[in-house]
Design a protein around this ligand. Structure first.
Ligand code: SOE
Length: 393
């Protein structure tokens, strides 16, 4: 028997559009899903570019008007992969029109927008409409396994959380201006783009909520060439000449206090020379510790402090086995996964939750919690790093 279909319209076709497209394509091939996602419509600002992307990634149709996508009766889910300045408008309109929503992270550019989105999501939820924010790294097998270990008590009482998200793609002052460096488009810089991931992961793995923060932010290069570029540095207006002003942080460092009495230290930087995608988490408890680095994403380091002193030491667990979250659906033992797999797991969980009438996680409310931490870090940084309470905590 063939499963029913869930018709998807995706808004945006940049880096995240590619990652989400491959996830929709691959998910039903490796996982048994209660519903099959259909790549129905791809929307971009420019009709020609959207048509080319739809052809490349295998979408049935393309268009250049997101409102038209939301109005269509044959669309079930709106997937938002645009810069943050349009998340709130598109997500709220889609939820009000009765569409399920997957929205890229961070949830929004401002706290006010994130609050409005969480309210809209809660209202829609009462009508059976589901929503999720794309903190994709939760679905890396080692991270989901780390959460399981913490929930089983393997670390005991958690005392310290160390979180870093380090990249270096901006360390060259000649690398071009992009929307990610413009506050109006992106909301903030390293803080919201990658710091948001590690804030979310720390809470996801430990179950702790940040109560207070003290932060500092820095912009090392304030003018950049408007010069096209490739990859993350690509700017929309290629080869315009001249320079553009960077209006966001290049690096954000902050310390946290959790409701449980635990403390945390976080860094988000796109200037960490030599670190390409080092999303790292280290958690120390009174019974043990664990450490993860996305640059070695198929491993989790686990320390058991209850072992005999002469046997102690971090053990490296390869999280590629059928016993680990998600891993069994893929390759034979030890073969390992890559960046794109967590996007596939995100789609597997989202469409299953929709079909089986569960609330997906991370919800917009969870996205709002992260946004509150981001906001508090900026408030603290603007006030000489004074401690700031996180709203709602
Ligand atoms: C850019 O820094 C970026 O693409 C982020 O926007 C993504 O969320 C992260 O997965 C990789 O780095």
């Amino acid at each position: 028997m063939t499963s029913p279909t869930l018709n998807i319209a995706m808004i945006g076709h940049g880096f995240m559009g590619a990652a989400h497209s491959q996830a929709y394509r691959v998910a039903p091939r490796f996982f048994d899903l209660p519903v099959t996602p259909r790549m129905a419509l791809l929307v971009g600002r420019r009709a020609d570019a959207a048509a080319a992307a739809a052809e490349r990634w295998g979408w049935d149709e393309s268009g250049n008007e997101w409102r038209a996508a939301i109005e269509r009766d044959d669309i079930d889910l709106i997937d938002i992969g645009t810069p943050g300045d349009s998340h709130a408008e598109i997500a709220i309109a889609a939820l009000e029109a009765g569409k399920h929503v997957l929205c890229e992270k961070p949830l929004a550019n401002t706290l006010a927008e994130a609050e409005a989105m969480a309210v809209a999501a809660e209202r829609a939820r009462a009508r059976g409409i589901r929503s999720m924010v794309g903190f994709t790294y939760r679905r890396v097998p080692a991270i989901a396994f780390a959460r399981r270990l913490v929930a089983q008590g393997a670390l005991g009482q958690i005392r310290e959380v160390r979180g870093q998200y380090l990249q270096d793609w901006l360390s060259d002052p000649g690398s071009p201006m992009t929307w990610r460096l413009d506050r109006a488009s992106a909301g903030s810089g390293a803080l919201g783009d990658i710091g948001a991931h590690v804030i979310d992961l720390a809470s996801y793995v430990t179950g702790l909520s940040v109560r207070r923060v003290s932060g500092t932010v820095e912009t090392f290069v304030s003018e950049r060439p408007l010069a096209g570029g490739r990859g993350l540095g690509a700017s929309a207006g290629a080869d315009e000449g001249g320079t553009g002003r960077v209006t966001v942080d290049d690096a954000a460092w902050f310390t946290t206090r959790y409701d449980s009495g635990a403390i945390g230290a976080f860094e988000a930087s796109r200037f960490a020379t030599g670190r390409k995608n080092a999303l790292r988490l280290e958690i120390s408890g009174d019974r043990g510790a664990l450490a993860f680095d996305f640059e070695r994403q198929n491993e989790l380091e686990v320390y058991d402090a209850t072992q005999a002193a002469d046997r102690q030491g971090f053990r490296r667990i390869l999280t590629t086995e059928p016993e680990h979250p998600y891993a069994g659906a893929w390759w034979p033992t030890g073969h390992g996964l890559g960046y794109e797999h967590a996007f596939t797991h995100q789609i597997v969980d989202l469409v299953s939750d929709i079909a089986e009438e569960r609330d997906p996680s991370p919800s917009f409310a969870e996205g709002l919690s992260v946004q509150r931490v981001l906001d508090a870090v900026e408030v603290s940084a603007a006030a000489e790093s004074r401690w700031v309470d996180v709203a709602g905590a």
